[in-house]
Design a protein. Structure first.
Lengths: 233, 233
DNA sequence: CGATAACTTGAATACTCTCAAACGAAGTGG
DNA sequence: CCACTTCGTTTGAGAGTATTCAAGTTATCG
């Protein structure tokens, strides 16, 4: 059992079916593998938009506004595809939450290379639409929800992405700090900590150490998230 | 000079080059033209994700959370392409800001029909990435910015999209109400009103009636937006 | 011109932030 | 293996910004 290759895994995950040799060669030429150490910023080409495949590890995409304020725009885990804009109203950086391996493509070149590979294009389109929809759901949280609802939303969403079963209970091993969570939810670390405390007191969660969260009552927690429902209100 | 056809204009705007007859016929069969009256919700097919081309007028995409709270996720104007999800964490609706004409496609079918039309696919991809990047910039505003900064951001962004020159000054004819602006920026109408008042008092803007805003000092206004800059801080 | 809806303004409240300090976990070196 | 250092987290008190509630005012439309 030899170590899997980042590029190979990317092809299997993102290009369904059997891609032509020509396409494979083309893409191999475009992609650059990068290691991102925990807490460090990926050294991406900042001259053009990048499309990054997370092969192993976890990252956060951070936007910087004036005054050093940071907003975590999204978290990513192995298998995810991230679009990193070169220039926008705010400055964006992809940062490792742990030691991470990624494969970075210039967005324009990737799309250009895919004109003959509709399956690759549709896959990228599919994923970027999904990202858009997630970003909108996040915007609703940031714009209209209380701290409690944001934290409950966050934990519920994380559960679906990286939750595991541990002795009959739902467990979450968070790779991000309280600060990261705060920067993602538009709250301060103190507020995050207080909300965790109250959820703990309410018996909805249990925490061990810094990163482990057991979800004792997933249904009640999701109920705190303030998502749309036809029944309530 | 006969009235332009929505479908024709869609093809010209979204499918560059000269599309094949087969593709044209296929797309024509998929698209449904809809009229959306001012203040009313578009009667879209809610069973699957939709891709909507705004032919004429303006719309807002509204997400509904629990408790009747609403978040305007994006505004759209003639020529824009909107992705409306069928089901997500929140309930989404496309609403007319004025009498509006749109062309709605089932997203999956549109993408399916485009497997042979890479230019259509790349155009849709391009636009959805742009939407993603705008949504992220919006998330930064909602998560990390003051009321003042959000309003300044909003006015600056609107200027670039629908600003006009009027006797040597930059004019904005806002099709949306204070409530819409508030729901877009995660603020209340009262806060919007107060911010407009203060910007007026500072001499940055001038308002006439409900919808006309003259930007007297675009540079200073943009400076209030709190966007990233290397120079400040 | 009158009615209605949208907007503006004011005062009191609430939620989260800021600042400050104590606590605990994780890692290092003896 | 333990003491020590450091960083992340927790907790508390006070301050600030936007919200809520309540009038009052101004556009816009019929």
């Amino acid at each position: 059992m030899h170590e899997p290759n980042p590029f190979q895994q990317f092809m299997e995950a993102v290009v369904p079916g059997s891609p032509s040799r020509a396409l494979t060669a083309r893409l191999r030429g475009l992609g650059r593998t990068l290691s991102i150490e925990k807490g460090r910023i990926a050294k991406l080409d900042r001259d053009c938009d990048q499309i990054v495949y997370v092969f192993e590890g976890a990252t956060k995409l951070v936007a910087q506004a004036s005054g050093g304020r940071e907003q975590v725009v999204a978290f990513h885990f192995a298998g995810d595809l991230v679009s990193v804009p070169a220039r926008a109203l705010h400055s964006y950086a992809l940062t490792g939450l742990m030691n991470t391996q990624v494969l970075a493509f210039p967005a324009a070149s990737l799309v250009g290379a895919a004109v003959d590979a509709p399956l690759l294009l549709t896959e990228v389109l599919e994923r970027s639409m999904a990202a858009l929809h997630r970003c909108r759901d996040k915007a609703v949280g940031l714009g209209r929800k209380s701290a409690r609802e944001r934290v409950a939303s966050f934990l519920t969403a994380m559960c679906e992405r990286i939750g595991t079963r541990h002795r009959d209970r739902l467990r979450l091993d968070l790779p991000m700090s309280r600060r990261d969570i705060g920067d993602s939810l538009g709250l301060t670390i103190e507020t995050i900590s207080r909300q965790f405390g109250e959820l703990r007191a309410s018996g909805l969660i249990e925490t061990t150490g810094r990163s482990t969260v057991d979800i004792l009552d997933p249904v009640a927690l999701a109920g705190c998230a303030g998502h749309f429902s036809d029944t309530v209100d």
